[in-house]
Write a protein that binds this ligand. Structure first.
Ligand code: PLP
Length: 383
C-alpha cells in the first residue's frame, strides 16, 4: 500500500537535490577546520551551504550559526541572550522548556499573540527582555504578526527572536522584513535532512555560546561541523519555498476542509480565522479521539499527527490548543494534516474517504445518532 504522507510539519520528505548533496558529502573525507586540500574542500561545502541558508532568509552569511537543528537554535537564542524571556504561549517546546522563569504571552482565540498585553508588560519591565514569537505554528499553521511584535518590542529595548522553523520553505521569510534579531531554522522541515539547523543572528546581538570547545562557528557553537547535514541543508535552502506551487497546496488544503465540512458541518478547523500556512489544517472530528483517528488513518496508509509530533509519539493535550481556549473535549479530537511538495489531489481524496469512513462509523456506533442517514464516503465527497 502506498503511504499517503500528510505529515510535512513533522518532517518533510528529503528533496532529491538535498539527498545527492548529503551522499556526496558523506563519501568525502575532510574536516572543514583542516588546512589540507580535503579540509579546504569541506570548508567550501560548509560556506556554500551557509550562503544558501542566508539567502533563504535575506541575511548575510556571517550571521548564520549552524546548529544541530531547530531545537538547538531555539535553545541558543533563548538561553544565549542572558535576558528575561517573554514567549508566546503557543511556542514550540524547544522555546518554552529552554529556560526556567519564562513568561508566557497569551494568544487570542485565533491563536495570535496579544500585542496589547505584550506592550503593557514591556512598559512595566525592569529589564528589556528577549521576546520570542514564532512565525508559523507547527500544529495550526497560524502565522503571527511578527513584524508588529518586533516593532513594539524594539521600542522598549527588547531583543526579538523568531522561530521560523515551520515557516521557512513554506512561505517567504526575510529577517529584514520581519525586523527580528534572531531567527531559527531547521533543515528537515524544508526538504533537508534532520539533525541540522541554524540560528541567524543580527550583527550586534550579544549571544553567549552554549557549546564550547573548538572555535567553530566563530566560537558561537563549538563542534566539528555536520558536513553531510549542512550540505543537504544548503541544497534544500537553495530550493526554498520557490519550487512548490503553494497556491496549489492551499487549494488542496481548502478541498480537505470543505470536504470535511460537507460530511460534518460541525467539524472544527482550529485557527481558520487567522492567517495560516497554506499547508496545515488542524481538524477536530466530533466524538472521535485523535489517537484513535491517527491509528485508523495509519491502517489505511495515511500519515497524520495528533497534536504536536515533535514530542515523542505520545499523545498529550496540546498546549497550543489550550492556549487558544480550545476545550479539552475538542482538542482531544484534533488531528493535524500537513501537506507539502509531494502532495497530490489523490492524497486529498484518499484522506477525505478515510476521514468520512471513520466519522460515519463512529457516528453509527453512538446509539442516539444511529438513525442518522448514512452515505458512502464517495457520495459524501461528491455532494
Ligand atoms: N520549532 C518548531 C516550530 C518546530 O515545529 C520544531 C519541530 O517540529 C522545532 C522548532 C524543532 O526543530 P528540530 O526538529 O530541528 O529540532
Amino acid at each position: 500500500m502506498d503511504v499517503c504522507y500528510l505529515d510535512h510539519n513533522a518532517t518533510t520528505p528529503i528533496r532529491p537535490e538535498a539527498e545527492t548533496a548529503v551522499l556526496d558529502a558523506l563519501r568525502r573525507c575532510g574536516n572543514p577546520s583542516s588546512v589540507h586540500r580535503a579540509g579546504r574542500h569541506a570548508r567550501q561545502t560548509v560556506e556554500a551551504a551557509r550562503e544558501a541558508i542566508a539567502a533563504l532568509v535575506g541575511a548575510p552569511p556571517d550571521s548564520v550559526i549552524l546548529t544541530s537543528g531547530g531545537t538547538e537554535a531555539n535553545n541558543l537564542a533563548v538561553r544565549g541572550c542572558r535576558r528575561p524571556v517573554v514567549a508566546a504561549a503557543t511556542e514550540h517546546a524547544s522555546v518554552l522548556s529552554a529556560i526556567g522563569g519564562l513568561r508566557t504571552l497569551p494568544v487570542t482565540e485565533r491563536g495570535l499573540v496579544d500585542t496589547d498585553i505584550l506592550e503593557a508588560w514591556l512598559a512595566a519591565a525592569d529589564e528589556p527582555p528577549l521576546v520570542s514569537v514564532m512565525l508559523a505554528n507547527n500544529e495550526t499553521g497560524v502565522i503571527q504578526p511578527v513584524r508588529v511584535v518586533a516593532d513594539i518590542a524594539h521600542r522598549y529595548g527588547a531583543i526579538v527572536h523568531c522561530d521560523a522553523v515551520q515557516a521557512a520553505g513554506k512561505m517567504q521569510v526575510d529577517v529584514g522584513e520581519l525586523g527580528v534579531d534572531l531567527l531559527s531554522l531547521s533543515a528537515h522541515k524544508l526538504g533537508g535532512p534532520a539533525g541540522v539547523g541554524a540560528l541567524v543572528v543580527k550583527g550586534d546581538v550579544p549571544l553567549e555560546a552554549m557549546l564550547r570547545g573548538g572555535g567553530q562557528e566563530r566560537s558561537r557553537r563549538a563542534g566539528t561541523e555536520n558536513l553531510a547535514g549542512i550540505a543537504g541543508f544548503g541544497a534544500a535552502a537553495a530550493i526554498g519555498a520557490n519550487r512548490t506551487d503553494w497556491r496549489r497546496i492551499d487549494r488542496l488544503r481548502q478541498g480537505i476542509e470543505d470536504g470535511v465540512r460537507r460530511v460534518c458541518p460541525t467539524a472544527g478547523i482550529i485557527g481558520e480565522e487567522a492567517p495560516r500556512l497554506p499547508n496545515t489544517s488542524c481538524i477536530a472530528m466530533p466524538g472521535v479521539n485523535s489517537a484513535v483517528q491517527v491509528i485508523r488513518f495509519d491502517l489505511a496508509g495515511i500519515a497524520v499527527s495528533a497534536g504536536s509530533a515533535c514530542s515523542s509519539g505520545s499523545v498529550r493535550d496540546s498546549h497550543v490548543l489550550a492556549a487558544m481556549g480550545v476545550g479539552s473535549e475538542i482538542a482531544r479530537t484534533a488531528v493535524r494534516v500537513s501537506l507539502g511538495w509531494t502532495s497530490r489531489e489523490e492524497d486529498m481524496n484518499r484522506f477525505l474517504d478515510v476521514w468520512t469512513d471513520i466519522f460515519l462509523k463512529a457516528r453509527a456506533s453512538r446509539p442516539a445518532e444511529a438513525s442518522a442517514p448514512k452515505t458512502s464516503a464517495a457520495e459524501e465527497r461528491m455532494s
